[in-house]
Design a protein around this ligand. Structure first.
Ligand code: ASP
Length: 315
């Protein structure tokens, strides 16, 4: 079977690593890790791993998850500080611990015990972006108030100059037909310390069950958490919906949410046949695809899904 990688556009930098794994007969899980590892190491991507934008206090906190669509085995970390390889650590959780999700100090302890390299994840450039946004904060500001203010600014800022959202999504299908999915992020910039988004929450930002397909999300994690978006897409396919309809229904559910910080949610997904699609609650987004038969990746339009007509009628 042809090896396939589908991901968010920022996965491009790692696609060749993933294709090399698949072309060499490697597993979908290994391919997912190979792609995401490269993105996490990229200091120019301020939404993932090393160089990621920090939380309100200037600390970079990473979230990641991985899922094996063959067995539904999964592992995740949230609020990981000081180690860039969040996706590798999520895999350690999956394979070495009788747990699914490890957070904060526990995640750093696991990284240390597993021989991961300690590293200051805050690059001078990311620090500068953070400082420019935080400069008006008073030491007396309550974190809750400041988080709300910055989240509101991010939500309304049409240019989002430093793209304060962002996450890498990768779904792989290997030569044996097995599917795996992975997600890694530094989360919403300026988040409340300890906030975990959808990326490490299985069912919210990541889900794979190869009997039906797989789905992963980027964008406002709180919305995907509330709708269990990734799991919903896979479940809708389980109930017989074609991939495009499953994505439409999931996006319409997201539009229905009442949320003062409402923002975009983007989904990439594949069905059990390896048909792929990208969808978004906002127009103009793309996703990326590469197979073992292609020389170059293909960047494709995501389908924009507007609110459902009943929602429009109620506004
Ligand atoms: N989904 C990520 C989060 O909420 C961020 C993003 O993709 O923009 O942490």
């Amino acid at each position: 079977m042809t090896g396939l990688l589908v991901g968010s556009a920022n996965a491009r930098i790692g696609l060749r690593d993933g294709i090399a794994v698949l072309a060499g007969g490697g597993s979908a899980l290994n391919a997912v890790v190979a792609v995401i590892r490269r993105v996490e190491a990229n200091p120019d991507d301020h939404s993932v791993g090393f160089g990621g934008l920090p939380n309100l206090l200037g600390d970079v906190e990473l979230d990641a998850s991985i899922m094996d669509g063959r067995t539904l085995a999964t592992g995740a970390v949230a609020g990981l500080r000081g180690y860039q390889d969040a996706i590798d650590l999520a895999r350690v959780v999956m394979t070495e611990l009788p747990h699914v999700l490890i957070v904060g100090e526990g995640a750093a302890r696991l990284a240390s015990e597993s021989g991961f390299q300690l590293r200051d994840l805050l690059t001078p450039e990311a620090r500068q972006i953070w400082a420019s946004r935080i400069e008006n904060a008073q030491p007396t500001d309550l974190y809750t108030a400041k988080t709300r203010e910055l989240a509101a600014r991010l939500t309304r800022d049409p240019e989002r100059p430093h793209d304060a959202h962002g996450t890498v999504n990768v779904i792989a299908r290997d030569g044996a037909g097995n599917i795996a999915s992975g997600v890694s992020t530094s989360g919403w910039a300026w988040k409340f310390p300890g906030r975990a988004g959808d990326s490490p929450i299985i069912g919210a930002g990541n889900y794979a069950d190869q009997r039906y397909g797989a789905a992963t999300c980027t964008g406002r994690g709180e919305m995907a958490q509330r709708c269990c978006t990734a799991h919903s897409v896979v479940t809708f396919m389980r109930f017989g919906m074609p991939l495009d309809d499953a994505l439409r229904l999931a996006a319409e559910d997201l539009h229905r949410l009442d949320d003062p910080y409402k923002s975009e949610v983007n989904i990439v997904a594949i069905d059990r046949e390896g048909r792929h699609a990208g969808a978004s609650t906002v127009p103009g987004k793309t996703y990326i695809v590469m197979t073992t038969e292609m020389d170059e990746p293909l960047e494709l339009e995501r389908r924009y899904i507007p609110p459902a007509p009943d929602r429009l009628a109620n506004q």
